[in-house]
Design a binder for this molecule. Sequence first.
Ligand SMILES: Cc1cc2nc3c(=O)[nH]c(=O)nc-3n(C[C@H](O)[C@H](O)[C@H](O)COP(=O)(O)OP(=O)(O)OC[C@H]3O[C@@H](n4cnc5c(N)ncnc54)[C@H](O)[C@@H]3O)c2cc1C
Length: 565
Amino acid sequence: MTTQTSPDPAAEPGGDAPDGGEGVVDVLVVGAGITGIYQLYRALHEGFSARLIEAGGGVGGTWYWNRYPGCRFDSESYTYGYLFSEELFEEWEWEEEFAPQTETERYLNHVVDRFDLRRHMRFGARVTAAVFDEDSGTYRVVTDDGTEVRARFVVAATGVLSVPYTPDVPGRHAFRGEQYHTGSWPEVPVDFAGKRVAVVGTSSSGVQIVPAIVDDVASLTVYQRTANWCTPLNNRPITAEEQARLRSGFEQLRETLNTSVHGFHHPANTRSAFDDTPEERQAFYEQMWNSPGFMKLTSNYLDLLSNPEANAEWCEFIAAKIRSTVEDPETAERLIPTDHRFGEKRPPFVAGYYEAFNRPNVSLVDLKETPMVEITETGIETTDGVQEFDIIVWATGFDFGTGALARMGIRGRDGLALVDHWADGPRTFLGVQTHGFPNLFFPGGPHAAAGNNPRYNGDQVDFITDVLLRARASGFEVVEVSERAEERWTAMVDRGAASPLSFGERSYYFGTNIPGKAKRYLLNSAGRPKLFSVIADVIANDYDSFTFSHPAHQAEAAEPHVTAG
Ligand SMILES: Cc1cc2nc3c(=O)[nH]c(=O)nc-3n(C[C@H](O)[C@H](O)[C@H](O)COP(=O)(O)OP(=O)(O)OC[C@H]3O[C@@H](n4cnc5c(N)ncnc54)[C@H](O)[C@@H]3O)c2cc1C
């Protein structure tokens, strides 16, 4: 496995590698986010012919679509960017610890141009069908502009948070003002000046946009279904000395990030909460409160998620912070979660969110107390009456994990539709392949780990590339994971759902935010260590979890090479 280091970063891809024969591209990547760009780079670098198709109008995936005011990282910028090229790391100076969307979009465009990848990419084309043809061992891939591509391997790097979800509130289409979803924000900036604005949803995106627009709007009403445990992001500019230290420490940083459980560079805490005295704990919580981003989860007490008492004490500390920040006591109480512990849902990080509620023109509507009834032509009606708006912002999340793959028209052996194969929830091996769908891979999809995304997704891309190289080296064109390997990985994921370290059932990691979606755990809660150990086993056993074979039209001439698992 290559662990996100290019074997020879100087040898850059970009040459027009020959097609895989008869108009067949070797590797077709779908999605120009951080995962798809890396997969395209790796495939070209290894001499495969490769193309990339993207529905959006440009590079960036999440960082192309989520251009709402206030959108920025919760991962430290330099830990999120690519690590495969030290030159790239050296030449890009992230301006802030937690970069805004604009900087990340610029960075990903820089990478694409730096490695001459753009000419292999097509934008504004959504894949609507990807159908496996057993005879040729290839996929026929169709896009919404009517174009067809034949591909030997399809890598769907289509993202876990790439299908925005808007609740089906009656009357939504009748609203005569403007309405936007944070996850598909227009390229032309939205003018909030002097407008009456509603923000619906108070998860990671909702809590970012509120403080970002509060200075511009005439009034802002926040509709909250679930209060979240928001803690400070503690962003700041990166100083010149820190830039220099980052550069000189690149190898160490890469080593840390390539081996850390969550893909962050945060030190793990070895102490449990009640190893410390009450005074020491309060001092530690204060230190955590002032720490950057996810450190409040990754460097907090060892038993934060497994010991309810430890968790409750940390939650009480946050609640006290909310009460001391929000001047109106009733609003403060509404902003304090009562239905889940810290870490049971993806914790949002904020700057100025709670403070916004001290403005006279900002108010909070608790949808548990006064549910939404309908959207009228001029505003939002709850059981408490109608409020009129010029703009409604839907910060209501995504069809997590499987949303994009379910909408791609994927069919495998015997015409089996992926949506049918996964009707009760996804089944995967390592979160990269599913049995019955040869030559299809989906890094960064369901059954990946939570944490600093590009690190885990990059591990998967490296592994997929190794599998493709193994197929090429042995002269086989069709690769399919065994049913047994898939069963074992899926059972491991399901077992993890019950673990105290997994996210709670109310989180979107179980798919419960989408009406009608099978309630299945969508993450590998054993994280990177499990991924690493299984990958090491697979490689040590010469990829025995996969079958390598020839397409049906050649199959009589040769037997499959490896099976089992
Ligand atoms: C607002 C927001 C903030 C986030 N912040 C962080 C963070 O701080 N740290 C972190 O680790 N993670 C964060 N994430 C998670 C983030 O999604 C990942 O970090 C990362 O961007 C995933 O990259 P990806 O390439 O796998 O998918 P994406 O970036 O989602 O890219 C997938 C691409 O595939 C395209 N696509 C999908 N289906 C099709 C189709 N059928 N045809 C053609 N194209 C298609 C989409 O248009 C999209 O551009 C955040 C997510 C959001 C929404």
